[in-house]
Ligand binder design. Structure first.
Ligand code: HEM
Length: 453
């Protein structure tokens, strides 16, 4: 259904259904239903998403991630910790804002959600509700009673205006900047129209941020729920690097446990939980003839959670993704059909941002576990306050529960351990006055301990 057409085998393309129609005059890449126009647009945009092009953009990504680490250290060490979903969203929106529009939203810096971001998520959610009305047009007269249509229309117009202003500013900067559209700004007649750039930038903003942030939030929950996974990840990362500066898109590529954690996160908590529908061209699917015009889809969440393909599918087990020579490999998962989990889809409409998503997730998770110890602020054990599987709801994207995590920087952990050991020793062996001067020295050590960079 999702694969490439194959003339020799008589396999035709299943095109995207009218679910993807939108009121804009031009469709962004992900919503383009026409195969020819889609392939032309994809060729234009694909350049920026190759491994080579991304390594040119990685310093921009790293700057955002490093600022994020500083803020996590500052806010995450407070008693209440930080809401991980909110913070990961801020980070990924800032990154994509910079890469698509040439400007960050400064959400991480200001620790505040940009209203445009909330608006975009609302627009997407409403779009999915309208697709229900499209399928059941007799319900349409009820729409004004069920949805704040006027407000939604205003928000949409506001977002278009906002993104248009940003895109104009980006175009003015020309092709000196290395980002998603730099290579397209040729200032000759081959340069795509402002509307093409704007609509694709807007769509990349949501396609490239919510998904990655959601995966990171899910992974954080699941490795805190299974602390032995967090320990294994910490051990792998802390043994691989001597300093945080060594952590980048290349050095994290071959860390097997990190890779396994991300893949398992994507399997158990696929960030795009909806069906992605296609129209049958009249073809045989899995031995059954599906007549032309029938809307079909393979539900990725169901596939990833099926015991037909995965042992113990409802639990988080990164071990299933490890190579058989890894010391944590577990033969229990040897018969898993790993390719049944396809969070980025396959075929001509496969995710364009897969390399970027992996790159971001690898660097962010590595830096987080390298620099900090994590602690869940809500109980995840029996009678749990947060249960990801129970509390997440699908609203086109996932609506997630509040889940706070507190962090302690590695250096503080070290100093803390030294203090505890020292005091245990001192209590038995050292006169009280010497103990006081020792305490003063240790206090200074804590206050002066360097922050992560
Ligand atoms: C964990 C992260 C991500 C996941 C799981 C994911 C998943 C997907 C899926 C399932 C599709 C197909 C949707 C459909 O057919 O309706 C898709 C398409 C797409 N994604 Fe992603 N995505 C992720 C991150 C990103 C990032 C970081 C970007 C770019 C900044 C991106 C850009 C796109 C684009 C442009 C398309 C449309 C491709 C086309 O139609 O040719 N995605 N993604």
């Amino acid at each position: 259904m999702y694969g490439h057409a194959n003339n020799k085998r008589g396999r035709k393309t299943f095109l995207k259904s009218e679910f993807y129609d939108n009121p804009d005059e031009m469709s962004p890449l992900g919503a383009e239903r026409d195969a020819v126009r889609h392939s032309e647009t994809r060729k234009l945009l694909a350049h920026s998403f190759s491994e080579t092009a991304l390594s040119e953009q990685v310093s921009m990504i790293q700057e955002h991630i490093d600022l994020f680490m500083k803020q996590v250290d500052r806010f995450g060490s407070r008693n209440e910790g930080i809401d991980v979903d909110e913070w990961f969203n801020w980070l990924t929106f800032d990154i994509i804002g910079d890469m698509a529009f040439g400007e960050s939203f400064h959400a991480v810096e200001t620790a505040k959600t940009n209203p445009q971001v909330t608006m975009l998520v609302n627009i997407l959610y409403t779009g999915s509700i309208f697709s229900i009305f499209r399928r059941m047009p007799y319900l349409l007269p009820l729409a004004p009673f069920m949805l704040p249509i006027g407000k939604l229309k205003r928000e949409r117009e506001e977002h278009i205006e906002f993104s248009r202003t940003l895109m104009r500013k980006r175009i003015e900067k020309g092709n000196n900047r290395v980002d998603f559209f730099g290579h397209l700004l040729t200032s000759n007649d081959k340069q795509p129209s402002e509307e093409f750039l704007r609509t694709n930038a807007s769509s990349l903003l949501i396609a490239g941020s919510e998904t990655t942030a959601t995966t990171l939030a899910g992974v954080t929950y699941f490795i805190l729920e299974r602390p032995e996974c967090l320990r294994a990840l910490q051990q792998e990362v802390r043994l691989a690097f001597k300093s945080v500066e060594e952590i980048d898109h290349v050095s994290t590529r071959d860390l097997p446990y990190l890779g396994a954690v991300i893949k398992e996160g994507l399997r158990i908590f696929i960030p795009l939980p909806i069906n992605v529908p296609r129209v049958s061209p009249g073809a045989v699917v899995d031995g059954n003839y599906v007549p032309e015009g029938t809307i079909v889809s393979g539900h990725q969440f169901t596939l990833g959670h099926s015991s037909r393909y995965f042992t113990d599918p409802e639990s988080f087990h990164p071990e299933r993704w490890l190579p058989s020579d890894h010391n944590l490999y577990d033969t229990r998962y040897a018969s898993d059909t790993l390719k049944a989990s396809q969070p980025f889809l396959i075929g001509p409409r496969t995710c364009l941002g897969k390399n970027l998503a992996y790159m971001e997730m690898r660097i962010i998770l590595s830096k987080l576990v390298f620099l900090f110890n994590w602690e869940a602020m809500q109980s995840l054990g029996p009678g749990r306050e947060v249960d990801w599987a129970r509390d997440c709801r699908t609203q086109f994207l996932w609506a997630k529960p509040r889940f706070n995590v507190r962090v302690r920087a590695k250096l503080q952990i070290y100093v803390h351990d030294v203090i505890v050991t020292t005091f245990a020793f001192a209590e038995d062996n050292i006169p009280p006055l010497t103990l006081c001067s020792w305490s003063a020295v240790l206090l200074r050590l804590i206050v002066q301990s360097p922050k992560p960079n």
